[in-house]
Design a protein around this ligand. Structure first.
Ligand SMILES: [Zn+2]
Ligand SMILES: [Zn+2]
Length: 315
């Protein structure tokens, strides 16, 4: 495997600003002192790096070319010299090449340690989400079958509003629409989807502690009646507000539809991801719904879109 030498030829922009840009970049990716870089700029053709691996040479050429340098790249028959190779890192956001020990990107300001922590957290969450999904698979299958059966006996009337259609996953089955004065509710095998005050709410069946029809203070007129959904814990409802009780004025629901909605809401609960008991206590943590198991104290993040309780493991 050959290696590569990089020679500096000249600057496209030899002004003071152009020199400063090149000096800053070269100082970032090497440990050359500024005096050495000034020498390089005065000379006509200088060897900057030798015996670089193909990948490293690529990164460095990209960085220096962006910084306005004209370069010459020559293959070297000797293998890459990993000892002498400059340790660099590429900014994961903007691609800028930095020295390996840089704390932040000097081009876009990304703080590397923070970014790495976030990556690790996102990966951990992704993994826990997959585990929770694997556990929930059988239950989900059962409810998908139930939704499919319902819709085969009670065909859907109408269409899913465009604003909600894109939110529905291919793995969930829509089985009923509820026409409400506040906007259409789309009931799926996984959750109740709706838009209120321009915010899309995703309400997993497991989060519902009850549904009531009728009663209350709303005056009935014609076929409009009141549907009240009570949740085990508060959910964000937009505008910085949260609520544990949602009320709709619904049109034309028959007895079968009402019974179906109530049976779905009462039948399902999130199991604890650690001990499997269904005794979670819900709360709002910032804008996220969390739930703690009353038996084993495991905390969970509730993914409202996926309708899953994801255990949060102490790090
Ligand atoms: Zn950057
Ligand atoms: Zn538990």
């Amino acid at each position: 495997m050959p290696s590569f030498d990089i020679f500096f030829l000249s600057l496209r922009d030899p002004s003071k600003a152009g020199r400063a840009r090149f000096t800053q970049t070269l100082a970032h990716i090497s440990d050359m002192p500024n005096t050495k870089i000034e020498e390089i700029l005065r000379a006509s053709r200088t060897l900057l790096f030798e015996r670089l691996s193909r990948e490293r040479a690529n990164d460095i050429v990209t960085a220096l070319t962006q910084a306005g340098a004209r370069l010459e790249i020559r293959p070297n028959q000797a293998p890459p010299d990993t000892e002498q190779e400059v340790a660099t890192r590429k900014c994961p956001r903007c691609g800028f090449i930095e020295r390996a020990d840089a704390l932040e990107c000097s081009q876009c300001g990304l703080v590397f340690a923070k970014w790495e922590r976030e990556q690790v957290r996102a990966m951990q969450r992704e993994q826990r989400l997959e585990e929770a999904m694997a556990k929930a698979v059988q239950v989900r299958q059962k409810w998908t079958e139930r939704a499919t059966e319902y819709v085969s006996n009670h065909p859907l009337r109408g269409e899913i509003p465009a604003a909600l259609a894109s939110k529905i996953s291919p793995q969930e089955t829509v089985f009923m629409f509820v026409d409400a004065e506040e906007g259409l509710l789309v009931l799926t095998s996984r959750r109740c989807l709706c838009q209120r005050n321009n915010v899309t709410l995703s309400l997993p069946w497991e989060l519902m502690s009850g549904i009531d029809f009728g009663g209350g203070l709303l005056k009935k007129r014609g076929d409009v009646s009141r549907m009240q959904m009570t949740l085990f814990g508060p959910v964000p409802v937009g505008g910085g507000e949260s609520s544990q009780k949602l009320v709709w004025q619904v049109n034309d629901l028959d007895a079968v539809e009402r019974d179906t909605i109530m049976s779905w809401a009462y039948a399902r609960k999130f199991p604890c991801g650690a001990c499997g008991k269904t005794d979670l206590q819900f709360r709002l943590d910032g804008s996220k719904v969390h739930a703690r198991c009353m038996h084993c104290a495991t905390d969970h993040e509730i993914d409202l879109e996926e309708a899953l309780a994801i255990p949060i493991l102490a790090n």
